[in-house]
Design a protein around this ligand. Structure first.
Ligand SMILES: Cc1cc2nc3c(=O)[nH]c(=O)nc-3n(C[C@H](O)[C@H](O)[C@H](O)COP(=O)(O)O)c2cc1C
Length: 366
């Protein structure tokens, strides 16, 4: 049996295979509320045969959105909008659904990517004042974020916990905390963006403090049997920045606090990053974390081929693989992987007749 298709259990959640659909912002919400686009998009991916589907970066406060089109989960309206989408998707698919809870910090208040993605300064339409660990902008010419004071930290920590409670009420199967890609929690972790002189800056211990507090708050607010995972950048790819050794220390601290799995991505914190992009470019980072912790580890980044995905889990580089562009381009990618590896995927009965003759036992009915 292919290792990729061995079930994996996290808390009370069992994934039927180790293919994870990574979170992907759609920039198609209205005032934080999911729209019909999300029902189409998530519904499509929920028919893919993957082990779990992760909802895009979901802001815990309005100013924590990357753009004004981001999904949020900060009040009853945003919760109800997500509930409507989830009801539609769940009526036709029982794929487990996780949510990524996020705050963009200094990388908030931008145009949508297809409108150029530039920062929108406060005072302009769809723009607002950003916040961060320190008052250092991402790009030199951008409006600087306000450094959060202790009351601001408490407000955001509580917002993460509140969103976790709403996620539980929505019946979501898992939470992933977004501490990667240069967003707020990563801004606390990296010495390039965190120049604080209080107990939240300076030493590694201090830089990890706020992200760990957020983890504890989310963990306490979400049912104990349901997984809470963390996505982290394994390195900034910048000299003097966050690196794999610090990532390992952070992963160990999270493991001691009960994290269910670590998801290892990279970059996003600094414009000077030099990323050696290519197949498996982040897999060695995942392997380093896997060697250091005993919780499951997810690898991600340009994983596009069935044998490549199988090799990552079979050789012990990681326990799961996550895909984003791969599955946007080919939403039946897990079917094709199963076919290539001689395995099976669960399929909606409406699609059973699509099975090609050469793959006699590809499908199990959903
Ligand atoms: C359209 C799009 C939206 C994304 N949105 C998010 C997001 O909301 N949260 C996140 O952590 N990563 C996000 N990412 C990054 C992906 O989750 C993934 O880590 C990255 O694309 C590398 O995997 P891939 O090579 O399979 O695309 C996004 C990527 C794409 C292409």
């Amino acid at each position: 049996m292919a290792k990729l298709f061995e079930p994996l259990t996290l808390g009370d959640l069992t994934l039927s295979n180790r293919i994870v659909i990574a979170p992907m912002c759609q920039y198609s919400a209205e005032d934080g509320r999911m729209t019909d686009w999300h029902a189409i998009h998530l519904g499509n991916l929920a028919l893919s045969g993957a082990g779990v589907l992760t909802i895009e970066a979901t802001a815990v406060t309005p100013e924590g959105r990357i753009s004004y089109g981001d999904v949020g989960l900060w009040d009853d309206e945003t919760e109800q909008a997500m509930d409507r989408v989830l009801q539609t998707v769940r009526r036709w698919s029982d794929m487990p659904i996780a949510i990524q809870l996020a705050h963009a910090g200094r990388k908030a208040s931008t145009a949508k990517p297809w409108d150029g993605g530039a920062q929108i300064a406060p005072g302009h339409a769809n723009g607002w004042q950003t916040v961060s660990a320190s008052d250092i902008p991402f790009q030199d010419d951008e409006n600087a974020p306000e450094a959060l004071d202790v009351a601001g930290l408490a407000r955001i920590r509580d917002a993460f916990a509140d969103a976790a409670r709403r996620s539980a009420r929505l019946g979501l199967d898992a939470i992933q905390i977004h501490a990667a890609h240069g967003y707020l929690l990563h801004q606390f972790l990296s010495p390039l963006s965190n120049r604080r002189t209080d107990e939240y800056g300076g030493s590694l211990q201090n830089r990890m403090r706020f992200p760990l507090e957020v983890f504890d708050a989310v963990r306490a607010a979400f049912p104990a049997e349901k997984p809470v995972t963390v996505r982290v950048s394994g390195t900034d790819w910048v000299e003097g920045g966050w690196d794999i050794e610090q990532t390992i220390a952070f992963s160990k601290a999270l493991e001691a606090r009960g994290v269910s799995a670590m998801h290892i991505s990279s970059g996003g914190l600094h414009p000077a990053q030099a990323i050696p992009v290519g197949p498996n470019y982040q897999v060695p980072l995942a392997r380093r974390v896997k060697e250091a912790v005993s919780v499951p580890v997810v690898a991600v980044g340009l994983i596009t081929e069935p044998e490549q995905a199988e090799a990552i889990v079979a050789t012990g580089d990681a326990d799961m693989v996550a895909v984003a562009r791969t599955v946007l381009y080919d939403p039946r990618w897990p079917w094709h992987v199963a076919a290539a590896l001689g395995e099976q995927v669960k399929v909606a009965p409406q699609y059973l007749r699509s099975q090609p003759h050469r793959y006699k036992d590809l499908f199990t009915a959903g």
